[in-house]
Ligand binder design. Structure first.
Ligand code: ATP
Ligand code: MG
Length: 329
């Protein structure tokens, strides 16, 4: 069966600036594929080329086996698009927004009305059916944008930061609905800079930074291959960090020194704690902070780029804030 998306050497330049640099990836039918990266990584630039909004500078891009550069019309009929910026018609009602959108796909009025009712119920917006969009909260508008993308019953749903601006309850509700759509067979391309969102929804993902793919795989395979299962965070006399890394090296997968925090990664968390305890005792060191925790995609990203995902901060900035992991882990 043809792939949902095939990107080969996909490149986007704005003038001399390269936003997407010879990127290669495939999305299989029925999967949720993630583009994970910080602000400016090139996620939206990739998404916009896929939904035919932005011409390729170079490379090849097939959607359901069709070339986006020559068959955009046929492709668009199968796509649902949730752009990063909401582009609802603010002066129309919730219902009118969906009905007008349905006309772009040539959906007959009676079917459009039925789908509108079903979608608003699915997205928990039935009570707002006759409200003017301008009067909705930001989170409701985002849910309506997602609902509107379903009007043509798309085979491929492109979601560019679908839950940015949503409160935690609304975010979980959207995740649940997206999982339901996936169970029904909808393929999804999801861009996000929330690692939790990528972990919850994506079967496979690419991590991108500055327009380049740094890694590709399932969330668990990425975690396993780059950082292992456990992270031991430690704060103590940082002049000893190199010695500590050396002492722990038989158990280490890798390590990171972020400002004053040393993070030791291992598949043998408890053995690592025991080995470190011996070192600390021998050297009469008392850590001001120590924590063993499971690893996550954030660790993978940090390992690959030296940046955090949600802020894109560099390591030096993180330490000034007193340690990323204390504030947000
Ligand atoms: N129309 C444009 N003209 C010039 N540069 C652009 C244009 N659109 C995007 N860029 C640049 O391309 C790079 C990638 O932008 P893009 O919007 O794809 O990033 P992103 O990963 O979606 O980021 P975010 O998480 O902030 O949405 C950025 O450096 C951006 O400034
Ligand atoms: Mg973007």
């Amino acid at each position: 069966m043809t792939k949902a998306i095939l990107a080969e050497n996909l490149t986007k330049r704005f003038g001399t600036f390269t936003a997407v640099n010879e990127v290669n990836f495939s999305v299989f039918r029925g999967e949720c594929f993630g583009l994970l990266g910080p602000n400016g990584a090139g996620k939206t630039s990739i998404a916009r080329m896929i939904f035919g909004f932005s011409p390729l500078t170079n490379g090849k891009l097939l959607v359901f086996g069709k070339d986006i550069q020559t068959e955009a019309r046929k492709i668009k009929a199968k796509l649902g698009v949730v752009a990063q910026e909401d582009n609802l018609d603010p002066e129309l009602t919730v219902k009118e927004n969906l009905l007008v959108y349905a006309t772009y796909f040539g959906i007959p009025p009676s079917a459009a009305l039925q789908r509108t009712t079903d979608i608003l119920s699915f997205m928990d917006l039935s009570a707002k059916i006759n409200s003017i969009v301008d009067e909705l909260s930001g989170g409701m508008k985002r849910r309506l944008t997602i609902g509107r993308a379903l009007i043509n019953q798309p085979e491929l749903l492109i979601l560019d930061e679908p839950t940015t601006g949503l409160d935690p309850y609304a975010r979980h509700m959207v995740w649940q609905r997206l999982r339901q759509l996936k169970e029904k067979g909808t393929t999804m391309l999801l861009t996000t800079h929330y690692l939790e969102e990528a972990s919850q929804l994506c079967d496979r993902l690419i991590i991108i930074n500055d327009g380049n793919i740094l890694a590709e795989g399932t969330p668990s395979a990425l975690i396993e291959s780059y950082v292992g299962h456990s992270a031991l965070e430690l704060e103590t006399d940082n002049s000893k960090y190199t010695e500590i890394e050396h002492w722990c090296s038989p158990l280490l997968k890798t390590s990171q020194n972020i400002g004053n925090t040393l993070i030791l990664y291992s598949d043998q968390g408890q053995n690592l704690v025991d080995r470190l305890t011996t070192f600390l005792g021998n050297n009469r060191l008392t850590p001001s902070y120590q924590r063993l925790r499971p690893t996550n995609l954030e660790d993978v990203f940090l390992k690959l780029t030296g940046k955090t995902l949600e802020t894109g901060d560099l390591q030096s900035d993180i330490s000034e804030e007193g340690g990323y992991y204390h504030g947000k882990a």
